[in-house]
Design a protein around this ligand. Structure first.
Ligand code: ADP
Length: 210
């Protein structure tokens, strides 16, 4: 079972771990609180089997499977910690070559950049599918015709939190965000990529780490 603890509950767990067995009176003393103020937290911790209470002896840290996820730690993680290498093409790349790149690189979207690595567009699976549904020669059509263009591209920077990235993915209903670094002239240089899968993975890994 995984539950989230508040800060005071986490502190209590740490105190008990280091000093078991310890009475509620002593725990209260260390936190400069009254025993009454601790009652609710202690009952949460014993009901969830994180702590064990032995009458007249005190509280023990219980070695059960119960773990807690420190969600604060997860939310503090930065885009920088999980970003991956961007998969990029040029504006003149053909739709055909873009599709081949999508398969080879095993991604859902490509970033379109200029010669200075500046972001000019994004092209997704469905953008490419759309062109192939018509009577078009995919070798003749450049991606610039079908891509979503700047300034309509949603981006993140490496110092942003992964929560901010996740929020953008949900709000704008997109699968991938370019990680960018603004240049002095305001143009955005592409330095990475964050996908829906990266976000899901960090939640799963974090829970497994427990
Ligand atoms: P798919 O179309 O394959 O489901 P998305 O949901 O990511 O993939 O893309 C939906 C639309 O949004 C596409 O037209 C795509 O060009 C555009 N798009 C994708 N990523 C972004 C982004 N980061 N910012 C703005 N538009 C984007």
């Amino acid at each position: 079972m995984k539950i989230q603890l508040n800060n005071r509950q986490k502190k209590i767990v740490e105190i008990v771990k280091d000093n078991e067995p310890i009475t509620s009176h002593k725990i209260a003393e260390r936190l400069s609180l009254t025993r009454g103020a601790l009652r609710a937290d202690l009952s949460v911790l014993t009901m969830t089997n994180i702590l064990e209470a032995k009458p007249k002896v005190g509280y023990f840290y219980s070695n059960t499977d119960t773990k807690y996820i420190d969600l604060d730690k997860l939310y503090r993680k930065r885009v920088e910690d999980i970003k991956s290498i961007p998969v990029v093409v040029k504006e003149e790349t053909s739709v055909y070559d873009a599709i081949v790149t999508l398969f080879f690189e095993d991604v859902g979207s490509l970033f379109v950049i200029d010669d200075q690595q500046i972001l000019v567009g994004v092209i997704s699976r469905k953008d490419l599918l759309k062109v192939t549904m018509g009577e078009n020669d995919c070798n003749q059509i450049p991606v610039s015709i079908v891509m979503t263009r700047m300034p309509n591209i949603i981006t993140v920077e490496k110092e942003d939190t992964i929560f901010q990235a996740a929020e953008k993915i949900v709000r704008y209903e997109i699968d991938t965000l370019p990680v960018v670094e603004p240049e002095d002239d305001g143009k955005l240089k592409v330095i990475g990529r964050i996908s829906k899968t990266d976000i899901v993975r960090i939640f799963v890994d974090f829970s497994l780490e427990g």
